[in-house]
Design a protein around this ligand. Structure first.
Ligand code: SF4
Ligand code: SF4
Length: 258
């Protein structure tokens, strides 16, 4: 079966969380406020095997095994546009935009044959799925696949690093297992950890450089969310993580990454 899709550049999908490859997250650390998003994938679901390859597997306290995707993410409130979205709805860094933006609407965290529903525009999105739009998905095969393959390859390549980080968190923040267990059966549930914990765990990355670029971004978002009670959790995270970045950048007192 043929599925048609054309992006009309309405900009409506450029709001809220944006999952990033690790390379994209680090190279855009001076642009996006970053966090690590943990998404549990229960055993027996369609996405389990791929999620286990791209992420980690964890045994919950009730002995059930889950896969967990640990995804570097531009951590923006759903109502906030990407900082690179122009007033006209266009991308300000088109030539340099993250792989995730290039691959849209396909999603390499899922199997290739399980993408059809992603081609249905969400409410308010102006994607063209009419017969006039190009065929992009045929018999569950992605036709123009270079961006999908590149993003999938990066996700595979970074998987050992993400597993090292997951092991670190499970060792030093073991309560995360309880949080994952609490949301494991709720579709769409996530646990958030800080970029500073990631930079502390993964020694090969120049933490001071990343922190120096991330610090002004977190401070700016802390200020932007300061008077919005509905964004209190974002505000708390931006403010706390900014302090941790000051330490990692070598310009502030020690904080315990969380
Ligand atoms: S980088 Fe560009 S395409 Fe990606 S979310 Fe931001 S504005 Fe949209
Ligand atoms: S919502 Fe659809 S049409 Fe609008 S920018 Fe995103 S992919 Fe393109």
């Amino acid at each position: 079966m043929d599925r048609h899709f054309n992006c009309t550049a309405c900009g409506k999908c450029c709001f809220g969380w944006l999952p990033l490859t690790l390379n994209d997250a680090l190279s855009h650390a001076g642009r996006f406020p970053l966090a690590l998003v943990w998404t549990p994938v229960p055993h027996g679901t369609r996405a389990f095997a791929l999620s286990a390859r791209l992420g980690a597997t964890i045994r919950l306290r009730n002995r059930r095994q889950i896969a967990v995707l640990v995804t570097p993410t531009a951590y923006l409130p759903p109502s906030f546009p990407c900082p690179e979205l122009s007033a006209e709805g266009l991308c300000g860094i088109h030539a340099d935009k993250p792989l995730r933006c290039r691959t849209m609407p396909f999603y390499p965290y899922r199997e290739e044959q399980d993408q059809a529903d992603l081609l249905l525009p969400r409410k308010g999105w102006a994607c063209d799925t009419s017969a006039a739009a190009p065929v992009v998905y045929h018999n569950r095969i992605i036709l123009e696949r270079s961006d999908f393959d590149r993003e999938r390859l990066e996700l595979h390549d970074q998987a050992p690093t993400m597993r090292t980080y997951a092991d670190y968190v499970l060792k030093y923040m073991p309560w995360i297992v309880d949080s994952l267990e609490a949301i494991a059966l709720k579709p769409g549930g996530n646990v958030i950890t800080s970029l500073s914990s990631f930079l502390t765990a993964i020694r090969q990355i120049d933490a001071a450089d990343v922190a120096a670029r991330q610090l002004p971004v977190l401070k700016a978002y802390a200020a932007r969310t300061a008077n919005a009670p509905e964004l209190a959790e974002y505000q708390r995270n931006y403010s706390g993580w900014a302090k941790e970045m000051e330490y990692l950048a070598g310009i502030g007192p020690s904080q315990t990454p969380g």
